[in-house]
Unconditional design. Structure first.
Length: 208
């Protein structure tokens, strides 16, 4: 549970749309760094038909993973998939998430009341609702959330939040970039690749 730390700040929140851009350059010179990713589809405890349970399925998340890998390939960062499965959370936690509050769920991870089969360096949770936002990565938690119906591509939201976990902040001047908020931009610039790789190396080596 070493990556599951209480959030000090909340980052992210994304809305609106624009054309998809997938860049695929500059990765060749970067030796691949592999970090572990666990992905969970979150149900209300014992009720996958609940209004609070995600309507995604494992096959759908597997497709998202393939596209996440493609988005991060230019940085030479690869994800080993430790888990893709369903996990239960309480009605209270999911109601709280649906109003955009992540603290209750993170506390559940921390105290074990949300039991994960496999904790990884990065742990993604696909949830029914996050209120008005597409995704969020509470700072320092190693955790990101993606809502069932984001206003941009699922893989873009997921990859953007992973970018936050790898130490990237928002881009504010270019909507084609992955770290611009609320678009389908997917470009990574050199500085972002350097920072993300630096942090990925720290995770991969156990130093972070
Ligand atoms: Zn963001």
């Amino acid at each position: 549970m070493r990556y599951l730390i209480f959030p000090l700040l909340l980052v992210a929140s994304c809305a609106s749309t624009s054309p998809a851009v997938i860049s695929d350059n500059s990765g060749a010179a970067n030796e691949p760094i592999e970090i572990a990713l666990s992905l969970y589809i979150v149900d209300e405890t014992d009720d996958s038909n609940s209004d609070l349970s995600s309507q995604r399925d494992v096959a759908g998340v597997e497709q998202i993973v393939e596209r996440i890998q493609a988005i991060w390939r230019p940085a030479g960062i690869e994800f080993s998939i430790a888990a893709i499965s369903r996990v239960d959370a309480s009605t209270e936690m999911l109601s709280s998430l649906a109003s955009g509050e992540t603290g209750g769920f993170l506390n559940g991870l921390y105290n074990g009341s949300v039991a994960l089969p496999k904790v990884s360096a990065i742990n993604g949770f696909y949830v029914r609702s996050l209120g008005t936002i597409n995704g969020i990565a509470p700072l320092g938690s190693g955790v990101f959330f993606v809502t069932d119906e984001p206003s941009v591509h699922d893989e873009r939201v997921s990859s953007h939040e992973i970018g936050h976990i790898l130490g990237l902040h928002h881009a504010i001047d270019d909507s084609n970039r992955l770290m611009f908020s609320g678009t389908n931009g997917m470009d990574l610039v050199e500085a972002e690749i350097s920072v993300a790789r630096y942090n990925a190396e720290g995770i991969a080596s156990g130093a972070r």
